[in-house]
Design a protein. Sequence first.
Length: 124
Amino acid sequence: MPASDRLTLRNAYLYLVCLITLVVSLFAAVSLVRSTVGVFYPDPGYYGYFPDPASPDGGMSDEEIERQEELAKDSQRRQEVLSLVGSATTLLIVGPVYVYHWRRVQSELPARPGQDVAGGPPAP
């Protein structure tokens, strides 16, 4: 089978879509795993600013600092869940697109010599 039978413009497009969807799937899967870990093992640090309690204006009370830390943890958890949902949605959309295009590529390939035809008698 000559290469020109396999590398038509249409097949090149189908292969390119398959490649792109595989790359997007890989990035979405990595993001999905990272977000899952972030939900169950959150960042222990807080990256906020609290006024110095020794400052002349008195700073924030301990209760206010705890409240701010809890708000920061809730915000981080929410962002991780949103990232998890976004990654899962990407995989749910890209998966069928890949399967559709890959099946089109496989169905348009010419039959190879010696290849059994489904449902037909075996070759002698």
